[in-house]
Write a new protein. Structure first.
Length: 1030
């Protein structure tokens, strides 16, 4: 046999060899990775709750900076412009977009569907949440992540709609495994398809059938419309069940999200535990039920009126986003979610048949589709009239709380838990949650664990127990016998009612908080005359945007006296919930039409109406209301003393009923007060006792020897259109204390159950307080190299500086600038005032950098900013006339302690305002009235000029002229003394004075050195080649 083959033999065997090779390759097992599905704790999952407005302002400039860093982001984003123009030309698409949906949101979705970009983006998302540092330094898609997240939030539909249509996701070369316990998240933006065969084309090593509540159909924006893509956000939580084949899974949304981050770009830290948020509607009960969202249920809302018929679930699509495949076997499953009639919903369940019957079933289904398509596609809103809900169970347990607490309620709870598995499981699980939650709360006297658990049960259920409770509450009051025989939540009703009573604050404080409640599909109208009750436990929110997300068929604006702020106790604190009891009586003060819905303004009458009292202990139903009025504020309401100079002001504000005011003292004087707003239906007048509700102002003034004199002034209020006393926001001291106008308004706000930290005001000995006396020129000569170093090592500073420099370039021409203020000073001030973490991180560093000189030299990464900010305030102050100003500062979460005549300083750059109303918005736990002679007005250089900000340097010292504790608040009056610094020219001493003696001169910088620094600063700010350190 020859040792070599002929060419002909080789050519003949070559096809066989190739075939054998391919067979071997295809039949050989490929290397596949195995992964366990979990909650992806390292994913970056920010939902930007409550900071979307700030992010909308920040994101454009942030996107520009990040496009300089990421080439793929820049290339992809620029390509989306032409695609977005095509989308905008489709009027039928644009018309269906929400009003808040902006071009950047649409372009973000378009960019995501780019094949190359989404891979790199998702890889970054999966790991950017490992720590705040990982996000801040390594994640170069911050603006894009915001735009994409916000786009999905704006386009998201009701859970009932999305959940009912399964979507599919196929994966190649990764075999996922279920841990068998607990929920999961994708932990990145997960693409899925409405078409099963399309998903299978992407892989079947792992295959998911998904029921999503937060996913969004993005076919209108996609580069690949044929994929019928539904994009699922990072944070949605799913339960996991096994599928019908190996490595297949069924994921069912819990209608909840989990985020460890919120508003991270603005400096908020990562939370160790999930911040849970629920969607506005529960997932359908098929399979594993999702987390409920209790605040604005149509089912609840409809029962507020006397008509108790439940409406069908509204499955109306806001937009029709899917192709209709009438000719395919998949038509029934694809079509039935798009139909709105409950009849169509029932008739179009997917058919599970085989063989010849498939064609018959398809034909029958097609005929049903045609018949259903003739029905109205938009269900009309139901109109209902509000009333006093006479059948609701409205017990307030007046006079029997001790007996209920001691023996009755504990026994009832035990019995009812035994009969109600859901209640029992929730109570057990949430008891552990409450044990952890209560550690950080300040609770009123008498508030027990069972009260807190009752609130958690009401606000946080794996199934909508709150609905079952409220349905029962609305019907259990037909008679006492009905309550005793059929009401399954006697203990829960008592504990929840008692919790609201204990948490309730004085009406004078709660009434001024405007509350909101949105209802979908039901348009309420007021009764012809008379008051109304909700007749159930009614959720409302301090945030109008939160409430509008749950419907606009009826939108309530509420002023409540008996509602309790449960934000700190709720499982959903972001909702800022106020829970109103069934018994509170409201008057309808205004009704307007807004689009297709009604806006109702309800004002508490400071009364409750109960037909029952202590029903379990034998109290029968009363045929008429038992009127329990709130106390007239000045008789037994809480009084708040405010010491202002030599005067203490005690103020009571609340709407009081005529009946409850008959025993008030005779008015010593009738005083003119601000007139109510036009159209409010009230006027101020004098009158005899008992004729009209009143508002009282008591002032105690100190005499020369510390004696007290009492003067009581009544603001009398006579109702013209309704039996409700409107509270007046009294302007204090306007004419009484002309020489002491420290606080012009009595600040009324709700009690914060979160703990307030007590901090002693002192000389801040660890603060870095350099004034750079005599070394300005030498310091400026060092700034070039110093700032380059800090620019590369301090990302927070670099980003803020770059953005501020761009804004100053736009604003510079129209801004008057004092002679000594340089461009760098203005940029430094503007950077300090910007939204973001800079001012917080900078001040925290300033407060500690002065512990030792070594701390400042080695660890303080804001040397340039400190110098420029100090010089900027000095320049502005020198041009300021008069030099001394009266300013205000409000602080939340810290109660400062001090003593009169003590010398103190803030020890950091301290913001204050020329307007007390601006300062009050920032907090009232401590409120400062300050005379500063070294602070400077920075209005013209601030990102927020309307705040009228005056910035006080760390080294200004003050004397405490007055210190007052008013309940849980502190009032401090400070007068400027002087300047005091422990350090001077420390950086220059380190650089220049080790080997030679330095003579510090007060002369300014040489024009040459300063010009070089100016040139360098603008090059850094304006250059398109700058890449921030990663």
């Amino acid at each position: 046999m020859p040792s070599t083959m002929t060419a002909a033999t080789v050519l003949m065997l070559l096809p066989v060899a190739i075939w054998l090779y391919l067979q071997t390759l295809l039949e050989s097992p490929q290397m596949k990775s195995e992964l366990v599905m979990d909650m992806m704790p390292d994913a970056f999952d920010d939902q930007y709750m409550e900071c979307t407005e700030e992010m909308e302002e920040i994101a454009p400039a942030l996107m520009e900076r990040e496009m300089k860093i990421s080439k793929i982001l820049k290339t992809t984003w620029e390509k989306t412009e032409s695609k977005w123009k095509k989308v905008k030309r489709k009027k039928n698409v644009i018309a269906t977009l929400p009003s808040d949906f902006k071009e950047e949101h649409g372009r973000a979705i378009i960019a995501y569907t780019d094949n190359e970009f989404h891979k790199e983006f998702n890889e970054a998302v999966r790991s950017a949440g490992a720590s705040p540092m990982a996000y801040n330094t390594g994640f170069h898609f911050k603006a894009f992540h915001y735009y994409l997240t916000r786009a999905l939030q704006l386009l998201r539909e009701e859970c009932e709609v999305m959940y009912s249509m399964p979507v599919y996701r196929g994966i190649r070369d990764v075999i996922f495994q279920s841990s068998g316990a607990g929920p999961i998240r994708f932990g990145y933006f997960a693409s899925s398809s409405l078409e099963k065969d399309i998903a299978e084309a992407f892989g079947d090593d792992s295959f998911f059938t998904i029921h999503t509540c937060f996913g969004v159909n993005i076919v209108r924006f996609s580069h690949y419309k044929e994929e019928e893509e539904v994009l699922i956000p990072t944070h949605e939580i799913f339960s996991v069940d096994a599928g019908d084949r190996n490595n297949s899974f069924v994921l069912r949304s819990t209608n909840r999200t989990c985020s460890h981050f919120n508003c991270a770009y603005l400096g908020h830290e990562k939370k160790a535990e999930c911040i849970h948020r629920s969607g506005p509607h529960t997932a359908p009960s098929t399979g594993t039920s999702g987390q409920h969202q209790h605040q604005h249920s149509d089912e609840d809302a409809e029962h507020l009126a006397r008509d108790s018929h439940s409406p069908p679930q509204d499955t109306k699509r806001k937009t029709v986003m899917h192709r209709q495949h009438y000719g395919s076997q998949k038509a029934p499953a694809r079509l039935f979610p798009l139909l709105h009639s409950s009849t169509c919903w029932l008739c179009l369940r997917p058919l599970q048949v085989d063989g010849e019957m498939k064609r018959v079933a398809l034909a029958a289904t097609f005929l049903w589709v045609l018949s259903c398509s003739q029905m109205p596609q938009v269900r009309s809103q139901k109109s209902l009239q509000m009333g006093m809900a006479p059948d609701s169970f409205d017990d307030q347990y007046i006079g029997c709380t001790e007996e209920m607490e001691a023996s009755v309620a504990p026994r009832l709870l035990q019995e009812e838990r035994a009969r109600h598995p859901l209640l029992d499981g929730m109570w057990t699980n949430l008891s552990a949650v409450w044990t952890e939650k209560r550690k950080g709360l300040h609770l009123p006297a008498g508030f027990r664990d069972v009260h807190g658990i009752a609130i958690l049960v009401y606000t946080d259920s794996v199934q909508p127990l709150y609905r079952e409770l409220n349905t029962a509450v609305r019907e259990a009051g037909v008679s006492r016998d009905t309550y005793l025989r059929t009401f399954p939540f006697k203990a829960l009703h008592y504990y929840l009612s008692r919790a609201l009573q204990l948490l309730r604050e004085d009406c004078g404080r709660t009434y001024l908080n405007q509350l909101y409640r949105g209802v979908r599909s039901i348009r309420f109208s007021p009764p012809g005359a008379g008051p109304v009750r909700f007749g159930q436990f009614t959720s409302s929110s301090l945030d109008a945007a939160v409430s509008r997300g749950y419907g606009n068929a009826t939108f309530f604006i509420l002023h409540s006296c008996f509602g309790a702020h449960i934000e700190a106790l709720s499982s959903f604190p972001f909702e800022k919930e106020v829970l109103i009891p069934p018994s509170e009586v409201f008057a309808v003060s205004n009704v307007t039409r807004q689009g297709d819905g009604n806006v109702l303004v309800l004002r508490s009458t400071n009364r409750t109406c109960s037909h029952f009292n202590c029903a379990y202990l034998g109290g029968e139903k009363s045929p008429s209301c038992t009127d329990h009025s709130g106390s007239c504020c000045w008789l037994c309401g809480e009084m708040r003393p405010w010491r202002l100079g030599g005067l203490v002001v005690l103020i009571h504000l609340c709407p009081c009923t005529e009946r409850s005011c008959r025993s008030r003292p005779t008015a010593e004087a009738a005083v003119a007060a601000p007139h109510p707003s036009p159209g409010s239906g009230t006027r101020l007048t004098s009158g005899s006792p008992g004729q009209a509700p009143s508002l009282a102002l008591q002032t105690y003034s100190t005499g020369h020897k510390g004696s007290w004199s009492l003067q009581t002034l009544f603001f009398q209020m006579h109702t013209v259109k309704m039996d409700v006393c409107r509270p007046v926001f009294i302007l204090l001291l306007a004419g009484i204390l002309a020489d002491r106008p420290q606080v012009l308004a009595f600040p009324l706000h709700r009690r914060d159950l979160f703990p307030i930290k007590d901090v002693r005001l002192d000389m801040a000995p660890s603060a870095f307080d350099d004034q750079y006396k005599g070394c300005v020129a030498m310091m400026e000569a060092e700034l070039g190299a110093l700032n380059r170093s800090e620019f590369s090592s301090n990302r927070v500073y670099a980003e803020a500086w770059t953005e501020a420099a761009a804004k100053w370039k736009e604003k510079q021409a129209e801004t008057p600038v004092p002679p000594d203020l340089k461009a760098e000073h203005a940029i430094a001030i503007m950077a300090y005032t910007m939204q973001g973490p800079l001012h917080r991180d900078f001040n925290a560093a300033v407060r500690e950098a002065g512990r030792t000189r070594e701390n400042y030299l080695g660890s303080f990464n804001f040397k340039t900013l400190h110098f420029l900010l100090t010089r900027g305030l000095q320049a502005l102050g020198n041009a300021q006339h008069p030099r001394c100003r009266k300013v205000y500062r409000g602080v939340k979460g810290v109660r400062f302690l001090s003593e009169r005549r003590q010398t103190v300083r803030f020890g950091h750059f301290t913001s204050s305002s020329l307007r007390n109303t601006s300062a009050l918005q920032f907090g009232q736990d401590t409120f400062f009235c300050i005379q500063t002679c070294h602070g400077a007005g920075i209005r013209n250089f601030s990102i927020f000029p309307t705040e009228d900000e005056v910035l006080i340097p760390p080294f200004e010292t003050f004397t405490v002229k007055n210190f007052t504790r008013a309940g849980d608040r502190t009032l401090i009056e400070l007068g400027s003394l002087d300047k005091s610094s422990s350090y001077n020219c420390e950086f220059v001493k380190e650089k220049r004075c080790k080997t030679q003696r330095c003579t510090f001169s007060s002369a300014g910088a040489s024009s040459a050195s300063w010009s070089l620094f100016l040139l360098w600063g603008f090059l850094v700010a304006a250059s398109t080649q700058v890449a921030l350190p990663s």
